[in-house]
Design a protein. Sequence first.
Length: 271
Amino acid sequence: MCRDLAVVMDVAGTILRMYRVAKDIERGVILENVVTWELIMRKKGRALVVPQMDPDLVLSCRPDDTLGTLIDGREELLEISCSSSRISKDEVVSIVGHSKAKIRDLQEVHRKVLARCPDNYNTAGFIVDEDLQDVVYTLSTGGAPFPGLKDVLLDLKHIGVDVYVASGDSMRSLSNLKGLGIDLSRVNPVSSPQRKKEIILDLKGRYRRVVMVGDGLNDLYALKAADLGILTMQQDTRPTLELLKAADEIITDIKELPKILEKKVGLSFKL
């Protein structure tokens, strides 16, 4: 059965305002309000790795142990969220296993995020560099829903729109979206840019129209593949020209979404 409309949403920067902290391990420098994809796309052979484990578990580990000890026996929990070029999971596991990076490097950024976002969505991971064969950044992210998001989601639900999520984050983090009324069976975790495109194409076989809402370069393929690609700049993540060209519509507030759907898809939100 073909339904009418599916709206697919990215999470970080799209429906949640994010606070991101990274540590440049070589320089020992903490970087606040970073744009993750910029760190990844700076050179080929970099990948964002998101361990499928509670970041708070990291805080209980010994700071001077290497990141390799954290994943030892938990290799299956490592997932590649985004990369600047093709890199295998086996290579990532090998790089992390031999890395000089310490658990304290991950603890530092996570504690900084928890101090700012103690009760909200949070996640942690690291960026590996294939050329250097090392972990070059550790990262932690916290976020809270943009104002008005709950009302937007309720409006979509009331008129029969099916909302999906395609995110590079772990399911552990994304499970918090249930509190916003999002059906967790429609949440796709650890989605690479190519995977997001595949999700859009799959839904296009089941729905008459599919809309993608995203904010970053990792949403580029999905924005292009959707019947309607909406780029949101509410987080102001310095979108590239390529990303701006890929979008059919650009918004600066998630509360604008219903009006765009009324205009472009012909929906009515007058309940």
